[in-house]
Design a protein around this ligand. Structure first.
Ligand code: NAP
Length: 311
C-alpha cells in the first residue's frame, strides 16, 4: 500500500496545477489519471484564450508543458483508474485497479466527459463516423462532408477546425441562434466551407457499416428530413466525470447532475476532500478557471494538512 499526503484524481489542467503547487511545497503527492495526462485540452486543436500564449497554443503542447512542470517538482504520475474511495481512520483509502493508496487528503479533479445526444445510431456508429473529438478524427474526413451537432463554443470552434480537412462542414443546431461567443460565431459565418442548419433536432444517425446520413426534424415545419453526411461530430456539452464518487458515503454534496459543490476555497463538504476544475459546479468552464481552481485547492489542502498536523 502507498502512503501519500495527497492523492489528486484527474490529470487535466486543474489536477496538474494542484500537483505543481503541492509538490513544489514539498508535499508527497500522487496524481492518478486513467486516460492521458492533459485532460480535455489534448482534444482541443488550439487554445487562444489562455494567457501567456499571444499566438495561441496547441492543446497537446500546453498539456505536455503542464505535465513536465508537475514532474519537475516531483508529482508522481500514475496511470490507473480510481474504483473506490473509502473513509479511513488516517484519512482516505483510494483503490485503483492496481493500487491501494492511503492519503491524508484528496483533490478531486476528474473533469468532465462529452455528453451524448442519445439518438438511435449514436452508439452503433461511434468510431465509424460518429466522433467526439475533431482533432483526433478530423484527418479521417479529408475532402468529405461532415456535420457538427451543437451550437456552443465547442461545436463552432471544432467546426471551424474541421474545415481544414473536410470539403464542407454543416453545423446542425436545435435553435435559431448559436450559443457560442460572438467572435467565434463571426469566424464561422465568414467561413465559406461552413453552413448552418438551424432549428434541427437530430433523430437518428443512419448508415450501413459507416455513417451516411442524419435524420432530423425541422422544428419550424415539423418535417422530418434526411441530411447526407459521412461524419458526425457531437459537441453538446459535457457531464462531470464523478460516477466513481459515492457522495453519500463520503459526505460530499453533489448536484443532481453529478457536479461537486465546493466552498470558495475548493473544500467540499467532506473533511480533507477538495475539488477543482470541470467536475465542480460553477459558471465558467475554461482552462484558466481550472488552473485557478487547482491552485486554490492545493493551497487550501496544504493549510488543512498543516492544521491537522498541529492538532
Ligand atoms: P455548451 O456551451 O453547454 O453548449 C452546448 C450546445 O449543445 C448548445 O448549443 C446546446 O443547445 C446544444 N445541445 C445540448 N444538448 C443537445 C442535444 N441533446 N441535442 C442537440 N443539441 C444539444 O457546451 P460546449 O460548447 O461544450 O462548452 C462547454 C463550456 O466550455 C462552455 O462554458 C464554453 O464556453 C466552454 N468552452 C469555451 C471555449 C472557448 O472559450 N474558446 C471553447 C470550448 C468550450 P442550446 O444552445 O439550445 O442549449
Amino acid at each position: 500500500m502507498l502512503n501519500k499526503d495527497v492523492v489528486i484524481i484527474g490529470g487535466g489542467p486543474a489536477g496538474l496545477t494542484a500537483g505543481i503547487y503541492l509538490s513544489r511545497a514539498m508535499f508527497d503527492v500522487v496524481l492518478i489519471e486513467k486516460m492521458a495526462h492533459g485532460g480535455q485540452i489534448i482534444l482541443t486543436d488550439e487554445i487562444e484564450n489562455y494567457p501567456g500564449f499571444p499566438d495561441g497554443i496547441k492543446g497537446q503542447e500546453l498539456a505536455e508543458k503542464m505535465v513536465k512542470q508537475a514532474e519537475r517538482f516531483g508529482t508522481q504520475l500514475l496511470f490507473d483508474e480510481v474504483t473506490q474511495i473509502e473513509k479511513h481512520k488516517e484519512g482516505y483509502l483510494i483503490r485503483t485497479w492496481g493500487e491501494e493508496i492511503l492519503a491524508k487528503g484528496i483533490i478531486l479533479a476528474s473533469g468532465a466527459v462529452p455528453r451524448k445526444i442519445g439518438v438511435e445510431g449514436e452508439e452503433k456508429f461511434t468510431g465509424r463516423g460518429v466522433s467526439y473529438c475533431a482533432t483526433c478524427d478530423g484527418p479521417f474526413f479529408k475532402d468529405k462532408v461532415v456535420t457538427v451537432i451543437g451550437g456552443g463554443d465547442a461545436a463552432v470552434e471544432e467546426g471551424i477546425y474541421l474545415t481544414k480537412h473536410a470539403s464542407k462542414v454543416f453545423i446542425m443546431h436545435r435553435r435559431d441562434q448559436l450559443r457560442a461567443s460572438k467572435l467565434i460565431q463571426e469566424r464561422a459565418f465568414s467561413n465559406e466551407k461552413i453552413e448552418i442548419i438551424w432549428n434541427a433536432l437530430p433523430e437518428e444517425i443512419m448508415g450501413e457499416k459507416k455513417v451516411s446520413a442524419i435524420k432530423y426534424k425541422d422544428k419550424l415545419s415539423g418535417d422530418v428530413k434526411i441530411h447526407d453526411t459521412e461524419g458526425v461530430f457531437i459537441f453538446v456539452g459535457y457531464t462531470p466525470a464523478s460516477s466513481f464518487i459515492d457522495g453519500k458515503a463520503l459526505g460530499i454534496n453533489m448536484t443532481d447532475n453529478g457536479y461537486i459543490t465546493t466552498e470558495k476555497n475548493g473544500q467540499t463538504t467532506a473533511e480533507g476532500i477538495f475539488a477543482a476544475g470541470d467536475v465542480v459546479e460553477k459558471n465558467l468552464y475554461q482552462v484558466a478557471t481550472a488552473v485557478g481552481d487547482g491552485a486554490m485547492a492545493a493551497f487550501n489542502i496544504q493549510k488543512y494538512l498543516e492544521e491537522k498536523n498541529n492538532e
